[in-house]
Design a protein around this ligand. Structure first.
Ligand SMILES: *[C@@H]1O[C@H](CO)[C@@H](O)[C@H](O)[C@H]1NC(C)=O
Ligand SMILES: *[C@@H]1O[C@H](CO)[C@@H](O)[C@H](O)[C@H]1NC(C)=O
Ligand SMILES: *[C@@H]1O[C@H](CO)[C@@H](O)[C@H](O)[C@H]1NC(C)=O
Length: 290
């Protein structure tokens, strides 16, 4: 299928993707255009039991938690080496190693940062372009000092631990502590109810203890902070000002916000370890694939 758009994709791939590609490691749920992550043949994205696999015959196959096939791309070509990736125009592509697309999905958007994500509910969606980026370089000091960080309620809905969802079903509210973690970086809701990216001190992992069941007595103590990602793509943190009689009477003060929104049905925030820096990107939903 040698169309004009496939030629464009070809050139785009070879001039911007051919060099440094990061293969998606074991526990990934998403591919990101800005870090050029790819799936190779035999590799998968997986989330909450569902999986998306680039089969050895180049077919992209979505399976549910019972390994039942829900969907496939039909891009079967036994003769070639192929990869799956998302480009900077928001089109997801199974291409051969020469860069010619075997299959694409998604309509081209403005150039930017895009992601393709296998959600915890087993749905495949494209997100982007990102509306907000928050970066922290490895060299900037301020590694966790004396303070003991509590691991937030683990995001059990997402196997990766690096994606946060705006959808109500996926909301979790850490009182304070690590919200997302990817490689050497964490997104932390501080005791001051502000949000920072921190570089983990990988030599003393004790600073990032695994979540423990809190003693019941602690439940009487209200969480000092809460956070949410709104559907229109704003990450916000709130500090508890007054503890009301019931939860509804509590008074919260907005203590931090990413201050940027866009009209969207749903958004995600993803923390990405880029080695020299840790980055949080917020993406509105672009389109559904399955
Ligand atoms: C995770 O998978 C289970 C079983 O397939 C499902 O019932 C549950 O709703 C999924 N979680 C989310 C957040 O979609
Ligand atoms: C974390 O940083 C250390 C030291 O810079 C490095 O050796 C290690 O590979 C990094 N880990 C990850 C998961 O990036
Ligand atoms: C968002 O706006 C508030 C108030 O103007 C400001 O204090 C805060 O630093 C802003 N957040 C970011 C991430 O810039």
């Amino acid at each position: 299928m040698a169309t004009v758009s496939s030629l464009l994709l070809f050139f785009f791939f070879f001039y911007t993707h051919a060099l440094a590609v990061l293969a998606a490691a074991g526990n990934e749920v998403a591919l990101f255009s800005h870090v050029k992550s790819i799936l190779k043949r035999g590799e998968s994205l997986s989330n909450n039991g569902s999986s998306l696999t680039l089969e050895t015959d180049c077919d992209l196959v979505l399976r549910d938690a019972n390994k039942m096939i829900l969907w496939n791309s039909g891009s079967v070509d036994k003769g070639v080496e192929c990869i799956f990736w998302v480009g900077k125009y928001g089109v997801a592509i199974v291409s051969d190693v020469d860069g010619s697309p075997l299959w694409t999905t998604g309509s081209p958007g403005p150039p930017g940062n895009y992601a393709i994500l296998l959600r915890p509910d087993g749905k495949l969606r494209l997100y982007g372009p990102s509306i907000w980026t928050f970066e922290r370089s490895a060299s900037s000091a301020s590694v966790v000092a004396e303070q003991r960080l509590v691991e937030a309620k683990p995001p059990s809905f997402d196997s990766s631990g690096y994606v946060m969802y705006s959808s109500e079903e996926f909301i979790y509210e850490p009182a304070v502590g690590v919200m997302l973690k990817h490689g050497n970086y964490s997104l932390v809701l501080e005791t001051s109810c502000t949000i920072h990216i921190r570089r983990n001190n990988y030599q003393s992992s004790a600073e990032f203890p695994v979540a423990e069941q809190r003693p019941r007595a602690f439940r009487a103590v209200a969480p000092p902070c809460k956070t949410q990602l709104t559907t229109d793509g704003q990450l916000e943190a709130y500090k508890l000002l007054y503890l009301g009689a019931g939860g509804l009477d509590d008074v919260w003060l907005r203590s931090w916000g990413s201050n940027f929104t866009v009209l969207a049905k749903e958004s995600i925030a993803a923390l990405v370890d880029r080695g020299k820096s840790g980055e949080l990107l917020i993406y509105p939903m672009k389109e559904t694939i399955t």
